[in-house]
Ligand binder design. Structure first.
Ligand code: CDV
Length: 324
């Protein structure tokens, strides 16, 4: 008996700045219905799925942005999604902005089982962008103003008949993200993202946005023997073009489904969770082949600033190479 799970990535097109939460939740429910009709049991929605990607704007003071955040999950606006999903028999992953009772702000996600119970919460680990208003940019990327890094790091939960992990957007670019979850036995990683195609600090990367998106997730899936289900917010949102390209990727690194549009769209794939072991028990048998004793530098807070110039190996730095 193999363990099969039909999964969906529910891509969203643009969400307008003034689009009310209930209207967005209706769109999510419509996508959930489509996914359920096509046999999906787990639906992955994007990062910050309930609102426009508000870090593109500077808001001062910070608490003037509180209306973008959820204080409860489920709360009054999201309860209809939880109820609709449970009645359809689908679970889901949903990205949202979280404001905790003690005033912390996180870029978060919740994983919900098919019966409507919360499996776990995740707070984005790698927070990209900048802390202060930078008017030279055509749009801001103020995640470092709005969000603290998730203090708990990455986890994997027993859910949906397998071991499921979570990551959000920029997390997918870091090999450590996948490896930590790989070491925890992840068989399926849910990911939501909002990726502006234009990258103001280095516009030469713009043309590579789609390539980099596939590169990191295909490598992460293969090197850790895991499925990845990644849902984008796509299209031109408030003047900012967002990469779509939602994908479902196999433990072989192959893309088995990919969105064709930049709007609201569901893609579906039948995942054999036992396929992970083909990689986890052969080429990537971590217990047998990894050499953690020679990787210790990876877990140090700072890496060397300079590549070796001579024949001697460069010792690890005793001081931070660059100002933190
Ligand atoms: N929402 C994100 O994390 N976006 C980043 C941008 C800044 C490049 C990303 O990694 O896609």
């Amino acid at each position: 008996m193999t363990r099969h799970l039909v999964v969906a990535a529910a891509q969203l097109g643009p969400v307008a700045r003034d689009e009310p939460r209930p209207a967005v939740v209706e769109r999510l429910i419509a996508l959930g219905r489509d996914a359920a009709r096509r046999g999906a049991e787990l639906v992955v929605f994007p990062e910050l799925a309930l609102t426009t990607f508000f870090p593109r704007w500077w808001t001062e003071p910070l608490d003037a942005a509180d209306h973008w955040f959820e204080t409860d999950m489920p709360g009054p606006a999201t309860r209809p999604l939880f109820e609709a999903a449970a009645s359809l028999g689908i679970g889901f992953f949903l990205g949202y902005a979280e404001l905790t009772p003690d005033g912390h702000r996180y870029n978060s996600a919740v994983l919900v089982e098919r019966d409507g119970t919360v499996v776990g919460n995740f707070r984005k680990v790698h927070i990209p962008g900048h802390e202060g208003n930078e008017p030279w940019r055509p749009f801001q990327h103020l995640e470092r103003y709005y969000f603290e890094p998730g203090p708990a790091g990455f986890s994997v939960w027993n859910a949906f008949g397998g071991r499921v992990g979570m990551m959000l957007c920029n997390d997918r670019r870091w090999s450590e993200t996948y490896r930590v979850m790989g070491l925890l036995g992840a068989e399926l990683i849910c990911c939501g993202y909002n990726t502006p195609v234009h990258y103001p600090p280095d516009p030469s990367q713009d043309i590579l946005a789609g390539f980099h998106n596939q590169l990191v997730m295909q490598a992460g899936a293969y090197q850790n023997g895991t499925w990845i289900v990644a849902a984008a917010k796509g299209g031109v949102e408030e003047g900012s073009e967002l990469l779509a390209q939602s994908s479902i990727i196999a433990p072989s690194g192959q893309i088995v489904a990919q969105a064709l549009t930049t709007g609201d769209e569901v893609i579906v794939a039948d995942c054999d969770l036992d396929w992970c072991d083909r990689y986890k028990k052969t080429l990537f048998d971590f217990a047998r082949y990894r050499r953690p004793e020679v990787y210790t530098l990876i877990a140090e807070p700072h890496s060397p600033a300079h590549a070796p110039t001579g024949r001697e190996p460069v010792p690890p730095p005793s001081e931070p190479a660059v100002a933190p």
